[in-house]
Unconditional design. Structure first.
Lengths: 175, 175
């Protein structure tokens, strides 16, 4: 019953929406670290706002979201920061089989059902799936080898349109 | 069209399965850091195996998965490592509105469609949603304040059954 199989699907809920200054992929930072101090808002829908209690003590939060405007999955991609193709799972490219994004954003303030955050690398209107507190003892591994990122050929910090070709996406939120 | 609303749902794909020594929640490590050196395997289904190319150069990977056996969402929970309730989003408790788990596991070896990994905190048979390379410059924030975790009252490292009550889950993989 609980065994996964390739034909199965999972139904996730949209629990809120992320508002940022970025209406279009081109020019949007490709990682939170490159969107430093750019501010945004996270609005939680009912009944999820009460679950934000005690979040104020955390410097950073993981936002987990559905990148609903990216194009479809390809096994190999040319990532933003290299001149060579790599396997998709060796990149942070958004055009994944499940376009789940995760950003470690800085928490400025909670106001009721809304979070004021900074370090935005997310498109405006992106559907929210989860929020987790950033806990350094669980999440921080400063010394790891990071494959081709350690010698990456291109110091690119914002997106272009390569993963957001119009009409090629199949990741829209379903009604 | 792309705006999220509370009635909408998202259909995610199961892209593989995670095999670990943990058949039951009780006794399973609650974080990868507490499952140190415990080994497991990640099996990618077709057509996703080709997307693993170049993953060998990374010390760690984020596994993103669907915790299909947890019980339903409650806004406030008593987490494993405290004696006080907290808002769910201020905890790493698995019983989330979307039970999405993320674990920074250690990559031992890739063999075709299979990854041999260590630092397991995941139940056997858990459906896989995504794999991302761990990149310290994106993911590592060693100095952050972590709210109640910084003074947590209970040094618990393995799960019990509190978030996995039989019959209360609604997160099973749908056929």
């Amino acid at each position: 019953m609980n065994q996964a199989d390739p034909q199965s699907g999972i139904k996730a809920r949209v629990i809120g929406v992320i508002h940022t200054p970025f209406a279009e992929p081109a020019g949007t930072p490709i990682q939170a670290v490159y969107g430093k101090d750019i501010e945004g808002r996270v609005l939680l829908y009912d009944p999820y706002a009460a679950a934000l209690d005690d979040i104020d003590g955390f410097d950073r939060l993981w936002l987990i979201y559905w990148m609903d405007r990216v194009s479809g999955f390809k096994p190999r991609v040319l990532p933003y920061r290299d001149t060579k193709e790599h396997g998709l799972f060796a990149t942070r490219s958004p055009a994944r089989p499940n376009p789940i994004g995760m950003s470690a954003v800085r928490l400025i303030r909670r106001m009721g059902a809304e979070l004021h955050v900074a370090d935005m690398d997310i498109l405006d209107g992106t559907p929210l799936l989860d929020i987790k507190p950033y806990v350094p003892s669980f999440d921080s591994y400063p010394g790891c080898r990071a494959g081709w990122f350690d010698t990456c050929a291109v110091d690119r910090r914002v997106a272009d349109t390569r993963f957001h070709e119009p009409g090629s996406g199949d990741h829209r939120v379903q009604g």
